[in-house]
Design a protein around this ligand. Sequence first.
Ligand SMILES: [Zn+2]
Ligand SMILES: [Zn+2]
Length: 296
Amino acid sequence: MRLPVILSLAVLTCANCHGWGEPHRAITRAALESIPAEARARWALDQARLIREYCLYPDDYHAATGEQRARMRVYCEKPDGRLIHNVTWHRQDDIASLEYTLSALVAALRGGNTDSASMHAGVLAHFLEDSTCPAHALTPLDGPLSLIKELLPPPADKREIALHGVIERSAPAFSLSSRPPRSMGGSIPETARNLLERVYSAVRDNRANLLDLARALYRDDDAGADRFRLQGAVAGGELLADACYTVFQLAGQTPVSSPRFGQPPATEHVSAPRKDRALRASTRIPRLARSAGRPE
Ligand SMILES: [Zn+2]
Ligand SMILES: [Zn+2]
């Protein structure tokens, strides 16, 4: 690809790299609620603000200025100044984002610093959820999903469709309550590696679905599109549940036994094919709309 094209895509990507608004809150809530209540009760986390506010930090950081930006910097940037937001597909940078946030979160939990722990957990949530959002399947190379419109030209009445925004404007609600969270590793580096492996795998799943997702949107089949939105949302929720569970173990707050990453899952809900899970969830739980005014 010629350099000017790459540069123009990079600019477009920045304008389209934000998350999927209200679904962030629903995914974060589902993830936290899947962790045993007795364990959550012992955690030094402000779960209400994490769900309402902190899981949106990387999006809000774009618009933050002055004192507010300075206050958020330690959560939304790594020490080298690079942002923690969505996977970049530069493995070293993505590992650095995860290791930095996980380490800071563990340290804050050990020190009983509830506010700091909650804000780092919010950024971790956003990173995992944004990366597994189907609209971000080609981010950072092609944020607007122009390639999909080239491979699969829209019908005349959908020629101007903004695929990225349409995909991430909402997601069906779901519950992970029947899925026990799993340990992702016994150290920060191992946990970061395992998390990133699963994030990349979920993004590849989203990429494989993109043409079918676009077909559904071209024919105004929102239920068809929801199957793929839900698949991405569930992937993000499961990742966050496992990440939080592991972090609390690493902080010395081991609550209950749970299978480690790589071991067979314990419940039918976990072992069912992802698409079947998505369909079941979408039939029993109400839809959550994207909140107005959130960035695309
Ligand atoms: Zn975002
Ligand atoms: Zn987006």
